[in-house]
Design a protein around this ligand. Sequence first.
Ligand code: T46
Length: 139
Amino acid sequence: MNLIEILNLQVFGDHRGSLISLEEYSECVPFTIKRVYFIFDTKEDVIRGKHAHKNLEQVIVSVSGECDFYVDNGSERAIIKMNHPSKALHIKSMVWREMTNFSKDCVLLVLASEHYDIDDYIFDYDEFLKMVHQIQGDN
Ligand code: T46
């Protein structure tokens, strides 16, 4: 399983400025968008996330400012600097995520494949690893 997909979004720019468009069922958003949320005004030294999702798929863009996005699928890990609106992350299910180093002006826009469901969250890292190994059949 790919740990994460980093997408380069097309920027429509002219003398007035720039525009990026995201459409469901496109190459960039390969699911129905059931929910949109944005994260802003995150305080310094805060770690957000610290969970994985059983089913949820998301496309995430830093539309302003920057932060670091740590991802871990149980066997691979990466830190992606989210520092431009044309850079999107497509995170599928069963990926542990943590977001840190938020700049004051950071706004993360998230397109989600499912409605909010607290039962879809895995908050315990050991439980996450156990589930990953069960899915891979190597427990
Ligand atoms: C994720 C990362 C990138 C809602 O009521 N509805 C929602 O759709 C969401 C996303 C959150 N909430 C409530 C639940 C909490 O009381 O908003 C509060 C903050 O959410 P949370 O602590 O989950 O925020 P993050 O930044 O840790 O995680 C969020 C998403 O929850 C998560 O799915 O992948 O952003």
